[in-house]
Design a protein around this ligand. Sequence first.
Ligand SMILES: [Zn+2]
Length: 83
Amino acid sequence: MAAGEKLGYSQCTLCGYQVVIRENKRGLAYYSCEDCGCQHLARGPDSDRLMRGRITMPVAAAPGASSDDPAQAPEGGDDEFII
Ligand SMILES: [Zn+2]
């Protein structure tokens, strides 16, 4: 996993603003809050685990990350099955 890669979204522990939790080059989680300007980073496996546990929405599940196929609108009159 590359450094700076997004892990998921959480809330800033100080102000509640939505932040992006990323992974640094040591493989530890961190985030910077754009609203209040604080920065939190894990210094070891325990804080890394706790910070990852605060992720409320993984990046993979975030809007825009998935490619939803457009719904296939059924054509009228084709809903009867002829056996
Ligand atoms: Zn904040």
